[in-house]
Write a protein that binds this ligand. Sequence first.
Ligand code: HEM
Length: 443
Amino acid sequence: MQILDEAASLTRWGLTHALPRVGIQAGARRGDLQARLIMSTAGDGGAPEDAELPLELFEEVRSRGPLHKGAFSYVTATHATVKEVLGSPGVHAGVDFGAGGLLGPVQRWADRSTPIGPLTPPSLLAVEPPEHTRYRKLVTRVFSVKAVRGLQERTQDIADQLLDDLAADAGDTVDLVDRYCALLPVTVIAEILGVPHEDRLKVLEFGEGAAPSLDIGLPLGRFRAVERSLRSFERWLDDHIAAVRRNPGDDLLSQLVLAQDDDGVQLDEVELKATAGLVLAAGFETTVNLLGNGIALLQRHPEQLAALREQPDLWSRAVDEVLRYDPPVLLTGRTVVADTVLGGRDVPQGSVVTTLLAAANRDPEVFADPDRFDVTRENADQHVSFSSGRHYCLGAALARMEGEVGLRTIFERYPGLTLAPGARRRTTRILRGYATLPARLSR
Ligand code: HEM
């Protein structure tokens, strides 16, 4: 059994990473636009600290029309078409390059031992109605906007505590990702889900290990490390859910365990693990980037920080502008399940479409002077950094609140904060943020 599982895992790597990797590298050598686009994001070689978004490539995609047929998939960099694709009923979550073709049976065999992950059914991100509607309703029920509003005070306390802890190091160089940007959202989501305080660092470690699971073209060693992290996370979730069942509290996971849909049916064990695991991981893997990107951007634009000091009520708009300008999730993919028209062109069933969220956020049709970072921008909240349509981020209200509390508080407490050399971007392709952000704090 173990040998078969091992063979399935290697086949999965071959189909989802090795083959596309060869194609992408060959395409990049030929100068193919989509291959250059994929290679321009960090990937396994890591990215320099000042890695900028590939704005010229975004522009080139847009110049080829609302929906460009790339070497690997259709691609769109246009705000209107990104929204059209993500809202279309005939376009489903997930990227399925081979399942409909000759490799379909091989792929299905290889998927037999796939660990539970963000892009694997029954994860919300990988299913469609009616399952999607059922899961989403159950989670929304225990994750209401009202509940999020009630969390603001606690989020403020957590931010204050983390910044108090940093006071002892004032004058020294500290890594803000490690000591603040990661700990704030993981502490908040851990409390929401009833995860014991002492398990936070373990959960952060699983998240960090599993983050590249969203990427394609991983080298074998990295793919194996990702699957190991996903399996450890699953084992930890088993134990945590069992503990919650024995001793339910008033946290969201306890409510999710007991929640029933309209027909009185509860989530089964796998559905529960996939849903709780996604909410937990999505709850910090992206918000850490919002905080890190925001601190770096505001440091690089002191006049914008000065505007926020003058007019603190601009903070919520500033958070949306950070999300628009330097989004934590660069893109997402979809598969067309019935022949359809997108961006004014016929797109056959089975096609994959890549929606470049980061590029749509720079569409001059929607955002005036889109490459200017401007915390007073009135329509900043029209960004698509939380996606759009059925899979619109369930945690958007929470992320915005954490972003506002987290960014405002650090700059209020340490107005003399300056970045130190040595910042490094994360090596993930789809998630974009800082791996380390060294800074010196002073009041
Ligand atoms: C700045 C922070 C965040 C960003 C940029 C972000 C971004 C996204 C994006 C782009 C998607 C949709 C992906 C797609 O369409 O394929 C998504 C979905 C999701 N997000 Fe977030 N997210 C953030 C924070 C959070 C938080 C704090 C939570 C915790 C509750 C969360 C939970 C989810 C869930 C459960 C989904 C799946 C929704 C569905 O498929 O119906 N996210 N997020």
